[in-house]
Design a protein around this ligand. Structure first.
Ligand SMILES: C[S@@+](CC[C@H](N)C(=O)[O-])C[C@H]1O[C@@H](n2cnc3c(N)ncnc32)[C@H](O)[C@@H]1O
Length: 207
């Protein structure tokens, strides 16, 4: 597993604290209004579902959700939630979507795009678009004081943060903050609707 996957495995039990940040509450409430209509009545494939925080939001309106993640530790927490539609869980690698069975109307991924290397984003984008007629993504915008500072930037433009868990362990975590233009270029020729909130962005992609 990569350092990224190790970090989220080790962070599983404390992951949801990120959703308690007071300054982000208004934006989170907005996302919880915007997302359910985008998946209403649809068969959803969720990539890198983590602890199921967004799965629960999508389940308010989706017909069904297959929630996947590389880490069974995060999915164990997701399994412990209750959902208002049919949800199943599967360990799966976001970069091997062809190994996930089933037909889907919408692919959703929350806060994972930022963890994809710049050199891989266009290929990853195409693999998402191939799985469904609509792809919905949410992720962070960089806001000083709310996000971890950028600790280093590579020649390719990938940015990293030094993340610390409550037990003191630190991890060098890839976290990119794409511009709308970069994202649209990666998704081309698919059509992108982009919404900027203060702390987050939301994109809806249709092939
Ligand atoms: C930032 S968390 C997002 C979790 C969840 N979507 C949310 O928004 O609360 C990133 C997730 O990606 C998962 N992950 C890391 N590498 C992965 C990979 N190659 N394939 C699938 N999931 C992966 C981690 O286990 C973690 O749950």
């Amino acid at each position: 597993m990569s350092e990224l996957a190790d970090y989220y495995r080790d962070r599983a039990a404390e992951y949801d604290a990120v959703y308690d940040k007071p300054e982000r509450q208004q934006d989170l409430a907005t996302l919880k209004e915007l997302l359910p209509p985008l998946v209403a009545g649809k068969r959803v494939l969720e990539i890198a579902a983590g602890t199921g925080y967004w799965t629960q939001v999508l389940a308010e309106s989706a017909q069904s959700i297959v929630a996947t993640d590389l880490n069974d530790e995060t999915l164990a927490i997701a399994r412990s939630r209750s959902y208002s539609s049919e949800v199943s869980f599967q360990v799966a690698d976001a970069f091997r979507l062809d190994e996930i069975a089933g037909e889907y109307d919408v692919v959703f991924t929350g806060f994972f795009w930022s963890h994809v290397l710049r050199q891989d984003t266009a290929r990853f984008a195409q693999s998402l678009v191939q799985r469904a007629e609509r792809v919905v993504l949410v992720d962070n915008k960089y806001v000083a004081g709310s996000n971890y500072p950028i600790s280093r930037t590579t020649a390719d433009g990938d940015t990293y943060q030094t993340r610390q868990l409550t037990d003191g362990r630190t991890y060098d975590v890839l976290k990119n903050f794409p511009t709308t233009e970069q994202f649209r270029a990666d998704m081309a020729p698919a059509d992108v609707t982009w919404t900027d909130l203060t702390y987050f962005w939301l994109a809806t992609v249709t092939g």
